[in-house]
Design a binder for this molecule. Structure first.
Ligand code: NAD
Length: 355
């Protein structure tokens, strides 16, 4: 029997393939825009310059200062430039940091966004924006920040270094894992999540071996699109809460933190979500899904302990306090002791036990 469900879909247009960036001009015109404002990080200035060339006369200006966590002062600077060149749309070229800046501008201006993702983080498919003001990060959901068009061009991911490909890919898997036991989950999102996990589990080892493997890159990007869609469509649970707390409190790197925490959060939740655990195991072809994800991270050469990410051991107490304050819904209820033992294991990189 199918459980009763509600299914929302989001109105994004997605273009996927190799060389799809060539269609950017058509996509800008399709959105009825003529003056695109191109965003990137400083590191991806070269890629953004190439995109501006493709846009030709449709390029109105650019800003190459996107940074992690979307600080509002950076948004204000970009906004001044976007306004001064009369931009009528935003083209964000990059990972979650650049997409976040585009969303923050869209929130303030209602300008349409065309996002060209280059990592597996998935922000391009969500109506979620996290912003930092005076060092405090807050997250909001609004359809105003949901991008209108997303162009996935596999070619643009070939330069993503092996290490970041591994952690960014597991960051995507975390969205799919939590979608399978989401409180508001539904059969369609579960199908997307399973397909996403299978694509990423088989492609990431190939990418780490050879970052130029186009077929594996295509598989991983497809999995990342599906995972981002899951993140945008259903609510997340303990894993995302813990990563939010750890990233925000100890300034730990985003994708790496997801990579370390995921096996422990899943080991903790598996007994309360046996069907999801079984579907995850099947998708990644292992018998124990938490151990399987831990092994995958190790095989990819990714970090597997919070200690390796530079978290102070005495920070565990503070993290426990924050994790039980305003907790997200989770399939398995938890208290401070549960979080303490979970984080102690994650700190050491021990075998995830779920106790
Ligand atoms: P990122 O965007 O910070 O990118 C990391 C680094 O890699 C940057 O220097 C970037 O320029 C570089 N890079 C990206 N793609 C590259 C490529 N193809 N080749 C070479 N270099 C490349 O990292 P991220 O993990 O994609 O994003 C993390 C941020 O996104 C966090 O702030 C996180 O909170 C946010 N995020 C938000 C959502 C959401 O739904 N709102 C979802 C996921 C992540």
């Amino acid at each position: 029997m199918i459980q009763a469900f509600a299914f929302n879909s989001h109105p994004a247009r997605v273009v996927f393939g190799e060389g799809t960036i060539a269609s950017l001009g058509d996509e800008v015109r399709r959105a009825e825009c003529r003056r695109a404002f191109v965003l990137s990080t400083r590191e991806q200035t070269g890629m953004a310059n190439r995109v501006e060339k493709i846009l030709g006369e449709l390029a109105a200006g650019s800003f190459h200062g996107a940074v992690m966590h979307t600080p509002t002062d950076v948004t204000e600077s970009a906004l001044v430039q976007a306004r001064s060149c009369n931009a009528d749309c935003i083209v964000s070229v990059g990972g979650g940091s650049t997409t976040g800046l585009g969303k923050a501008i869209a929130l303030r201006t209602d300008l349409p966004q065309i996002v060209v993702p280059t990592t597996y983080a998935g922000s391009e498919m969500t109506p979620i924006l996290g912003e930092t003001r005076d060092g405090v990060k807050t997250t909001q959901r609004s359809l105003k920040v949901l991008p209108e068009t997303v162009i996935y061009d596999v070619d643009l991911t070939l330069s993503l270094p092996a290490g970041l490909s591994a952690t960014s890919g597991i960051n995507a898997m975390a969205h799919a894992v939590e979608a399978l036991y989401a409180r508001d989950g539904n059969p369609v999102v579960s199908l997307m999540a399973e397909e996403s996990l299978a694509s990423l589990a088989r492609s990431l080892p190939l990418i780490v071996k050879n970052p130029q493997d186009r077929s594996a890159r295509s598989d991983a990007f497809y999995g990342a699109w599906l995972a981002g869609s899951c993140l945008g469509l259903v609510g997340m649970a303990l894993h995302h809460k813990l990563c939010h707390v750890l990233g925000g409190t100890f300034n730990l790197p985003h994708a790496e933190t997801h990579t370390v925490v995921l096996p422990y959060a899943l080991a903790f939740n598996a007994s309360a979500a046996p069907e999801a655990a079984a579907r995850i195991a099947k998708a990644i072809s292992v018998s124990d899904p938490a151990a399987g994800l831990h092994d995958l991270a190790r095989r990819l050469g990714a970090p597997t302990s919070l200690k390796a990410l530079g978290m102070p051991e005495d920070g565990i107490e503070r993290a426990c306090e924050l994790a039980v304050r305003d907790p997200y819904w989770n399939p398995r209820p938890f208290d401070r002791n549960d979080i303490h033992s979970l984080l102690k294991q994650a700190y050491a990189g021990a075998k995830p036990t779920g106790h």
